[in-house]
Design a binder for this molecule. Structure first.
Ligand code: CA
Length: 230
């Protein structure tokens, strides 16, 4: 069975080559040309991956992604038209990956392959075997239920944040370089830069640190990367 990719894009000039290239690669494709239809198809057709444009009629891509995220873990690649930092950060926060238009088709296809491979081989499985529940002071990470609690409060975690926290916390005291983290969580051929890691660490700190500006759990090792200290 080929993987099915839902493309949500309203520009025919982009949609046609995108669909053509994905079919050439052996994927089945579904198409929606506005956000509302995109959301409906994502719900009813169960695609394996979604390529989601930001600027869409009816419902924009950010909104679609936000709604989808409450319902499923389907991998989403956002197509951000603008190159502003804000949009890229938002695209990354909501989606699993993003490309900025104009993008190169080989780059997009590489990201599609990468995300599908990762989805097929559950991102935390390599490290989940050691211990199903990781406890550190008032922080509890339950790898069975995929939940994180701080004291008696359950924390909302995106799948990538959960994987990052699990990777670091299950290797307490061990330093990871940004590239090691990128490789383990985003895959070997992730085309991006290590600031992606910094952004995710920042989001995690906002959730688990008493004072995110003076972190004591996930500490920065200058010139190297990060370490979980407790
Ligand atoms: Ca558009």
């Amino acid at each position: 069975m080929p993987n099915t990719i839902l493309i949500v894009e309203d520009e025919p000039n982009l949609l046609a080559p995108l669909q053509y290239s994905l079919k050439e690669e052996g994927y089945a494709t579904l198409v929606a040309t506005d956000g509302e239809n995109g959301l409906r198809m994502a719900r009813t057709m169960a695609p394996d991956l979604i390529i989601l444009d930001v600027m869409l009629p009816i419902l924009d891509g950010f909104k679609v992604c936000e709604i989808l995220r409450r319902e499923s873990d389907v991998p989403v690649i956002m197509l951000t038209a603008r190159s502003e930092e804000d949009d890229r950060v938002k695209g990354l926060k909501l989606g699993d990956d993003y490309v900025t238009k104009p993008f190169s088709m080989p780059e997009l296809l590489a990201r599609v392959r990468n995300l599908l491979r990762r989805a097929a081989s559950s991102p935390t499985s390599e490290f989940a075997e050691r211990s199903e529940i990781i406890r550190s002071e008032d922080l509890t990470i339950d790898q069975i239920s995929h939940s994180v609690t701080l004291g008696d409060k359950t924390l909302e975690m995106k799948p990538r944040e959960f994987s990052l926290l699990t990777l670091l916390a299950s290797n307490k005291g061990r330093a990871f370089t940004r590239n090691q983290i990128l490789e383990r969580l985003w895959g070997h051929d992730y085309i991006g830069d290590s600031r992606t890691v910094d952004v995710h660490v920042r989001w995690l700190r906002e959730k688990i640190e008493l004072d995110p500006s003076k972190p004591h759990r996930i500490v920065t090792i200058r010139g190297l990367g990060y370490r979980f200290d407790g």
